[in-house]
Design a protein around this ligand. Structure first.
Ligand SMILES: NC(=O)c1ccc[n+]([C@@H]2O[C@H](COP(=O)([O-])OP(=O)(O)OC[C@H]3O[C@@H](n4cnc5c(N)ncnc54)[C@H](OP(=O)(O)O)[C@@H]3O)[C@@H](O)[C@H]2O)c1
Length: 330
């Protein structure tokens, strides 16, 4: 196949590009050239901002067997892709998010594909909540563009938080910095929230096998790991993978924020914007199997120990205050 990745250089896109090259496919990536590109000489590169006419020019006259769109966040971007690529691609996969469920009123947990349908929550006032809400609502509108184009062979792939090597949000890594400095690992409200994330390489592999598969044309598909431990247990597994002793300290979220700390810095998985997807359809119909969680954590720990990032993750500068809060508690 000749596959176009819109994006393709940061995280899952990078994995997918290299996986496809390894499998003998022809790969073209289209991006702005802002993100460092570690893809080597085996891929073709097109430079354009996907929100501008440069996108149309870069793709003029081009045909692809499949396209994976990692960089669409607004409906007009999907409309442009549709206009430029219509009748010139065999399959278009839009990378969506579990957040499309989180912004739905009273959405079931875990959410199945059909739970997309329903009213969206009212627009919030608080800026941080508004940012999260807007992301989910705009991704929904992107999906709706595709729903209005049934003759265009497309798939909407919904994924929750992605973990793995190369995660530029540095979520698991934030916990590893804290486990390695010997201080307490603060767990807001004891970490009872369910964590059903997905592993980046699993998403890339599922995408590679899904491209051109007519069973997913016109459909939405959830992808997520099978395990769904509470955060408290997930952090226990991460400590074990690192070889660290017990450092978890349950604390009321309110005590953490009262100390001037941001919950998402102290514990990136304690945000309240954690989608919980039901991946049964992908398992039953597409044979999707996720890498076991202990194995995923072992790989993330190994990557971290092999090349520890030079700079700590955001929020780590207030670590002294976390130590103060955690001292004497268990
Ligand atoms: N990470 C998560 O936890 C998570 C969870 C749910 C859903 N998602 C979805 O996953 C997608 C991102 O995945 P990824 O980061 O793994 O993808 P990726 O393809 O590895 O990286 C993002 C790519 O988009 C390109 N890009 C960004 N803005 C662009 C623009 N205006 N025009 C052209 N190219 C642009 C970047 O290159 P340049 O900077 O060089 O342009 C980069 O190559 C998003 O759709 C997001 O909603 C992620």
């Amino acid at each position: 196949m000749h596959v176009l990745l819109i994006g393709g250089t940061k995280f899952v896109g990078h994995f997918l590009a290299l996986r496809l090259v390894a499998q003998g496919h022809r790969v073209t990536v289209l991006n702005r050239g802002v993100t460092p590109d570690g893809l080597g000489s085996g891929v073709e590169r097109l430079r354009a901002d996907r929100g501008t006419d440069g996108f149309d020019s870069a793709l003029a006259g081009r045909r692809f067997d499949a396209v994976v769109d990692f960089a669409a966040y607004r409906p007009e971007e999907v409309e442009r892709a549709l206009r430029v690529l219509r009748r010139r691609v065999g399959h278009y996969v839009f990378i969506s998010t579990g957040q499309v469920y989180l912004v739905r009123e009273a959405c079931p947990r875990p959410a199945r594909e059909a739970d997309f349908d329903g009213n969206v929550m009212a627009r919030p006032e608080d800026p941080e909540t508004l940012e999260e809400w807007s992301y989910g609502v705009l991704k929904r509108r992107c999906e709706e563009v595709l729903l209005r184009a049934p003759d265009f062979p497309s798939t909407r792939l919904r994924i929750p938080m992605v973990n793995g090597e190369r995660d530029y949000y540095r979520r698991l890594e934030s916990y590893l910095w804290r486990l390695l400095d010997g201080g307490p690992l603060l767990v807001p409200d004891g970490g009872q929230e369910v964590c059903r994330h997905v592993y980046g390489l699993d998403v890339a592999d599922a995408l590679a096998s899904m491209l051109g598969d007519s069973r997913v044309f016109g459909r939405a598909v959830n992808l997520a790991q099978w395990e769904a431990p509470p955060l408290w247990d997930l952090l226990g597994l991460l400590s074990e993978a690192l070889g660290a002793p017990e450092r978890r300290v349950a604390l009321p979220a309110e005590a953490i924020t009262r100390a001037g700390l941001r919950l998402r810095d102290v514990s990136p998985f304690s945000t309240g914007w954690m989608s919980y997807l039901d991946p049964s359809l992908a398992r039953a119909e597409l044979g999707f199997r996720s890498t076991g969680l202990p194995e995923v954590l072992a790989r993330v720990v190994a990557a971290f120990l092999t090349a520890p990032p030079a700079l700590p993750p955001p929020g780590y500068e207030a670590r002294a205050a976390e130590r103060g809060l955690g001292s004497g508690r268990s």
